[in-house]
Design a protein around this ligand. Structure first.
Ligand SMILES: C[S@@+](CC[C@H](N)C(=O)[O-])C[C@H]1O[C@@H](n2cnc3c(N)ncnc32)[C@H](O)[C@@H]1O
Length: 300
């Protein structure tokens, strides 16, 4: 960074220089990265940067910002550097213990709300709806759904103790902690068998090993491997979860699983093979990738 900004630089000059620098070094989303990091280091919003474009940075501000630029240049994701990330219009605390929620995961939220919102808004129903998420990570999915579905109670499972702590803090910040029971477990191992849940959602690690080997440095070296890698074909965790799903879902209960690009036919087949589900659908994300498998446990 020998040619990095020295002396007096305005916000706009720093933004331009950093964007070019990131671009040259192959950093993904160079402009957005520069904006988010500069806004964070100056304790401003991204919009403020444009409203104060000719404001000069103090030497201390410049030094602080350079530290962040060095970290991003080394591949560290912006969400870990700034410590938070937006998902479903909610702000989530992020640490390197958790996967950074992806925009395509909002497809899973939509897919659940399409079928489940009516169920939970049925005022005649006296009993509460019990829902389960396996692999909660930061809590992005479980918290978004708990907020959208006020008449639900949740069990959130993750194998990672540090991830559970992040999810608990996020649930507290978004005022749904009292409706979520957090459980450290391997898939469903800690749950008593019995059809108690009206809904089970999961975005489990599903990246096949050969794909994982080729992932960009930002992901492979910084995000938790146990949140990404799903074995040789990516289905090491999804397979047993689908097998076990009929045993814990009530008749009429819903299953919704996020899958990788190309996995939908195989996962839909696994769900079909249990012989316990109907209305099995492959739901596309905003790019047209079949991203979610949704199915309903048969009533009879
Ligand atoms: C792809 S991340 C999803 C995180 C979050 N739900 C999201 O969508 O952003 C998968 C999560 O599953 C957890 N996980 C991995 N193996 C597991 C297992 N055997 N049992 C329970 N959770 C597991 C990981 O720790 C990680 O938090």
């Amino acid at each position: 960074m020998a040619d990095a900004p020295q002396g007096t630089w305005t916000i706009m000059e720093v933004l331009r220089w950093t964007t070019d620098y990131f671009q040259e070094k192959g950093v993904s989303e160079p402009r957005a990265s520069a904006e988010v990091l500069l806004a964070h280091s100056l304790n401003l919003t991204r919009l403020d940067l444009y409203l104060r474009y000719d404001q000069p940075l103090t030497p201390e501000e410049l030094a602080r910002f350079k530290d962040l630029v060095v970290r991003r240049r080394a591949g560290e994701p912006v969400a870990y550097i700034v410590g938070h990330k937006e998902f479903w219009s909610l702000d989530f605390l992020m640490t390197p213990a958790v996967l950074i929620p992806r925009p395509e995961t909002e497809t899973l939220i939509d897919a659940v709300l399409q079928v489940f919102k009516q169920t939970t808004e049925n005022k005649k129903q006296k009993t509460e709806n019990w829902c389960l998420e396996v692999g909660i990570g930061s809590g992005a999915i479980i918290i978004a759904l708990a907020r959208e579905l006020p008449r639900t109670r949740w069990v959130g499972v993750d194998i990672s103790a540090p991830a559970l702590m992040v999810a608990q803090e996020n649930a507290r910040r978004h005022e749904v902690a009292e409706r979520i029971f957090f459980l450290r477990a391997n898939l469903l191992a800690a749950l008593h068998p019995g059809p108690r849940f009206n809904l089970m959602v999961a975005n489990l690690p599903y990246v096949p090993r050969p794909v994982w080997e080729e992932l960009p440095k930002d992901i492979k070296e910084f995000e938790p491997r146990e949140a990404l890698l799903g074995g040789e074909d990516g289905l090491d965790l999804i397979r047993p979860l689908v097998q076990a799903a009929p045993g814990i879902l009530q008749p009429g209960g819903w299953l919704a699983l996020e899958v990788a690009d190309g996995q939908a036919p195989k996962v839909a087949e696994l769900v079909e093979q249990t012989g316990e589900f109907e209305q099995i659908e492959k739901i596309p994300d905003y790019l047209g990738v079949k991203r979610v498998i949704r199915a309903r446990r048969r009533e009879g």
